[in-house]
Every structure is written in C-alpha cells, then in structure tokens.
Write a protein that binds this ligand. Structure first.
Ligand code: PMP
Length: 448
C-alpha cells in the first residue's frame, strides 16, 4: 500500500484527534508504517524526524529494542488482569520505583491509563480527602491562566486554553483562575523571578478570599506546554507550595508532559525543591509505548480514605485497564534506561546543542523570543518584534511551518504561533542542527 491508497481508506472511516477533518482535503494525512529512533517512515518510504516525540510521549526512540523486548516478554506472560482484588509483579515493581524516585512524602501510587484520567483522579482524591476529614465546602480548583490538563470533562474543566475549553464551557465547572507566572509576560526590567513573585501575590490574594471553597491548586510545573510552551521561574513553585500549606489547600503537580527528564531534572518539581500533594505522571512514563498514568500521593491522603467499608470513605474510582501489565512493563524498561544510562547528563549536552543551533533565530524580525527549559525549546513568532503582537490565529502561521518542515522531512507541530522542539532523548547533534535549519527556513517561509 502507498500513502495515497492508505489515506483514502483512512479518511473513509477514521476521525482523527485534534483535527478539523476538512483540512485533509488539502493537507496530507501522513500514514506511518514504521519508526526507528527519532525517525518515522511513511508508506511511500519518506522519512520524518519526530521533533515533538509524537505528542511528547517518546523518550528513547521509536521501536526501542529494550522497551519492545520488555513489552513482548510481558505479553507472553500476562497481558492483563483485573486490578481490583488482584495484583501483579510489573505494577508492584513500578509503584516501588516511582515511590523511590519521587519526593519522600509521596508514598502511594494509584494507576490509571492516560493523562486526563490521572488529572481527574487527583482532583477527585483531593475533593474527597477534604470530605473524608470532615472539612465541608472545598469543591473548587484554582488553576493558572493558559493551563492545560487534558480533554475529558473534568480535566478540561481544570484547563484554561479557550480553543479546547470554550465549546464545552456549559458542561464544565468553572475553576478560579490565577494569572500564570509565565515569564513571557514580564514587564521591562522585570526578571522571570520578579514575575513569579508578582504572580504569587496574586495567588495569595485569591487564596485569602477562596481557600475555604478550594480543594486544590493545579499547575504544570515549569512549562505550560499545550498553552504555548510558556515557562516560569521555579521560585513560583516554591512559593506556591508555602501558600498551599498556609491556606490548607492541596497542590496538584501535573507533570504529565514535563516529567521524566524533559525539564533537565527527572521531575520538574525538583528544581523548586518541593513535593506536591499529588503528582500526575503519564506520557513518557512508558517511553511512549502504551497508555498508562500514575498519581503519587501522601500517606495523609491515603489514610483519609482508609477505614471500615461501611464508613464509605473508599476511593472507588476505576478503569478497566488500571495497572495494565504491558504498560507497567514498558514503564519499568523506560525507568531501567534512566537507571543504567546517564540520560540527564546526555540531555544537558543535547539541550545546549538546541540552544546553540537556534541562537541566531533570536534576531529574526518575526521571532519575539527563543526560550528553553531543558529538552523543551520554543520559538514564539510575532507580527511585530517591538510590540510582540501575535499573528491572528486565523492566519495559521504555525501550520505553514508544519507544512514546510514536513516537506523537508521534519515533524514539527507548532502550537499556534509557537514553534517548538521536544525531541526524543536519542536525537543526535547533527539531527538537532537539521531541525534548527528546517525550523528557521520554515519560519522564514511562514512570516515572509
Ligand atoms: N496534562 C498535561 C500537562 C498534558 O500535556 C496532557 C496531554 N497533552 C494531559 C494532561 C492529558 O494527557 P492525555 O492526553 O494522556 O489525556
């Protein structure tokens, strides 16, 4: 089968995620028949460098030998078993590893099967915790402007990206939204730390007024990814932890996108020296192989649910594929790579190469900013470098970069006006140079 015949059949029956399907009347859908390392290959034999880790999930390359072997071995032994009342070795080993790798106060691991579900687990646990300990009325969330936490109704309700949220507004419970500490919003003369301090004061004012009705504050530590790879100073998280303690609300850290080395440390919260009450993990957890998620929490939370069955305090949340052994085996193999190889050290060199290769773009007349946190590098396009006015979304400038890059054999998928690299950690420096060349040419073409 070639691309054209595949696509005809695909478009006759499939409905793809996050897509206006009509676009595919002129924008080619790309069918992939195999992957190896950072490369994907389509049915016509064309190759694409996966610069976005296939929606930020892939860490160690496509068809990674170690992870593939672990999944195959597990499939031959036990593919799945009900996780209520039953257990299995991959889940046990994974929970032990995650508890050991995360801050010492996070001693319990609850498994779900995708990022949105992990967010919903954390929200439900937080709300239910306050009920179980006899504190009534704490049912609302505080989120940050520009936040993204997933697409199911509860997770969407915790987010603040209008593109995804607005069509469903009537179905969603409104959170209380605090202004993001996004360093892109800095005033002249302000540092990222100054923005963080200013936004902490805003958060404190909201908590002062609303803490009695709030169960948790939810944040994406260090980088708000889907909201445009907007980055903030770690001092915001340190300050936020203190505020959450002071006002008696939980802190939910959604590290679904930023966990597992993306920001330079294994978990982003490490850079602020804090432990959240709930840590949500998914995406890279399985190296990009299988849908799996984990929510790590404290003994205090766990204990609030523990008791006589008749007390009706249990957490009865479940998914059919909770704790799926194949996903756990992929996760164990992924964590095995972190344990056996100097991944974070290698990433430092790769991150430096990304910075070096994109440095000239800072002077581009239509680039407002090149920013980076570890293995995430973002290039913000603007109509006007002095005012930083964004291009109107209707112009779809990012899509032009996507099209240009695809023709050059690179998969970039800009978020509106933000072109970004979030590659698998097995990318090499030549491939980073290619990425930067293609991005620069794509930006020239899209802003000409
Ligand atoms: N939280 C964050 C920070 C995310 O980036 C995402 C996915 N892009 C999610 C939650 C939702 O994860 P999933 O797509 O697996 O539901």
């Amino acid at each position: 089968m070639d691309n054209a015949s595949f696509v005809a059949r695909d478009l006759a029956v499939l409905w793809h995620p996050c897509t206006q399907m009509q676009d595919h009347e002129w924008l080619p859908l790309v069918p992939i028949r195999r992957g190896a390392g950072v490369w994907l290959e389509d049915f016509d034999g064309r190759r694409y460098l996966d610069a976005i880790s296939s929606w930020w999930v892939n860490l160690f390359g496509h068809a990674n030998a170690r992870i593939s072997a672990a999944v195959a071995a597990q499939a031959a032994r036990l593919e799945h078993v009900i996780f209520g009342g039953f257990s299995h070795e991959p889940a046990l080993l994974l929970a032990e590893r995650l508890v050991a790798l995360t801050p010492p106060t996070l001693r319990r691991c609850f498994l779900a099967d995708n990022g949105s579900s992990a967010v919903e687990v954390a929200i439900k646990m937080s709300y239910h915790y306050w009920r179980n300990v006899g504190v009534a009325g704490k049912s609302r969330l505080i989120n940050l402007s520009g936040a993204y936490h997933g697409e199911t109704l509860g997770a969407l309700g915790a987010g603040d990206v209008g593109l995804y949220r607005d069509p469903y507004a009537e179905l969603l419970r409104a959170p209380i939204t605090a202004p993001s500490p996004d360093a892109y919003d800095r005033q002249p003369g302000e540092s990222a730390a100054d923005v963080a301090a200013r936004r902490l004061a805003d958060m404190q004012a909201l908590l002062e007024r609303h803490a009695h009705e709030v169960c948790a504050v939810i944040v994406e530590p260090l980088v708000q990814c889907a909201g445009g790879m907007r980055m903030h100073h770690p001092s915001y998280l340190t300050g936020l932890r203190a505020l959450c303690d002071r006002y008696q609300v939980h802190l939910i850290a959604d590290e679904i996108a930023v966990g597992f080395g993306r920001t330079g440390t294994l978990f982003a919260c490490e850079q602020a020296g804090i432990a959240p009450d709930f840590l949500c993990l998914s995406k890279g957890l399985t190296g990009g192989y299988l849908p799996l998620a984990a929510v790590l929490t404290t003994d205090a939370v766990y204990d609030a649910f523990y008791g006589d069955y008749a007390s009706q305090r249990a957490f009865l949340h479940s998914h059919s594929y909770s704790g799926n052994p194949l996903g756990c085996a992929a996760a164990l193999a992924t964590l095995g790579i972190f344990a056996d190889e100097p991944v974070l050290l290698r990433n430092r060199a790769l991150a430096a190469a990304m910075a070096r290769e994109t440095a000239p773009l800072a002077d581009h007349p239509h680039v407002a900013e090149v920013r980076q946190t570890g293995m995430i590098l973002a290039i913000e396009l603007t109509q006007d470098k002095t005012t930083r006015a964004p291009y109107p979304w209707q112009q779809r400038r990012g899509l032009r970069v996507y099209q240009h890059a695809l023709a050059e054999g690179v998969l970039l998928r800009p978020l509106g006006n933000v072109v970004y690299f979030m590659p698998p950690y097995v990318i090499d420096e030549d491939e980073i140079a290619l990425l930067a060349r293609v991005a620069a040419a794509g930006i020239d073409a899209a802003t000409a």
